[in-house]
Design a protein around this ligand. Structure first.
Ligand SMILES: CC(C)(COP(=O)(O)OP(=O)(O)OC[C@H]1O[C@@H](n2cnc3c(N)ncnc32)[C@H](O)[C@@H]1OP(=O)(O)O)[C@@H](O)C(=O)NCCC(=O)NCCS
Length: 195
């Protein structure tokens, strides 16, 4: 296991320093491009704002900066790796998935699907595909997700992706001035494959 993400490599055909492309049939995962900023803004609904963006609506400029940072992260081998999730037909941006290497072989995951593309089970499948890559090629020994207790859809995604619920982290983070609990999930490479 390496804690130096710049050492991580994949067998993907994608050019070095870019997100490895992963095919999921009706969707695929690759890196963000500059043109994604407006689709990100359009997809930034109250669910994303509430559960992911700490209550802040993202604007075009902020999205452009995020895309530039995500591209740079792939180039430099940063501990944070972000994929764009795209509908296979047409390639429209439908969401995203990110992993952050936390040290000691642990990777923490986030995922989001824009409203028009929800209800297809894509988050769990994308998460599983990226976890498989993280286990097999990035040397990850433990995948984690932290979910707010009330985010039911996200709990369902973690369960569908084979994560085990470990427990509640009390007062784990601050949201708009209030301390919040978070539920910790984990998955190990030796855990059963998701259903
Ligand atoms: C969480 C999220 C990615 C799931 O999107 P998705 O992959 O399209 O998931 P689905 O719509 O297929 O729903 C997954 C499950 O949750 C259930 N679900 C969806 N919305 C729900 C809701 N509001 N309340 C209760 N259950 C819900 C679905 O019925 C489905 O159940 P199943 O497991 O029995 O099939 C999406 O809702 C989202 O982007 N939310 C905002 C960002 C976010 O919360 N990210 C996670 C942060 S930890």
């Amino acid at each position: 296991v390496t804690d130096d993400f710049s050492e991580a490599s994949t067998n993907s055909d994608s050019p070095a320093g870019t997100a490895p492309r992963l095919d999921g049939g009706d969707f695929f995962l690759d890196g963000h491009c500059d043109g994604d900023a407006s689709a990100m803004a359009a997809g930034d609904d109250p669910e994303n704002v509430r559960w992911l963006n700490e209550g802040h609506v993202s604007g075009l400029e902020q999205n452009r900066s995020a895309i530039a940072r995500w591209q740079e992260n792939w180039r430099t081998g940063s501990s944070q790796r972000t994929w764009a999730l795209r509908e296979a037909v047409g390639g429209d941006l439908a969401g995203g998935c990110e992993l952050r290497l936390e040290g000691s072989g642990i990777a923490d995951f986030s995922y989001w699907i824009y409203p028009a593309y929800r209800g297809r089970g894509w988050a769990a499948r994308a998460l599983t595909m990226i976890m498989d890559l993280a286990f097999s090629e990035f040397g990850i020994a433990r995948a984690t997700v932290l979910i707010e207790p009330d985010n039911t859809a996200s709990h369902r995604v973690a369960a569908a992706a084979g994560f085990a619920r470990e427990g509640v982290l009390r007062s784990a983070f601050k949201f708009l001035g209030t301390r919040k609990d978070a539920v910790l999930y984990s998955r190990l490479p030796t855990d059963p494959a998701p259903r």
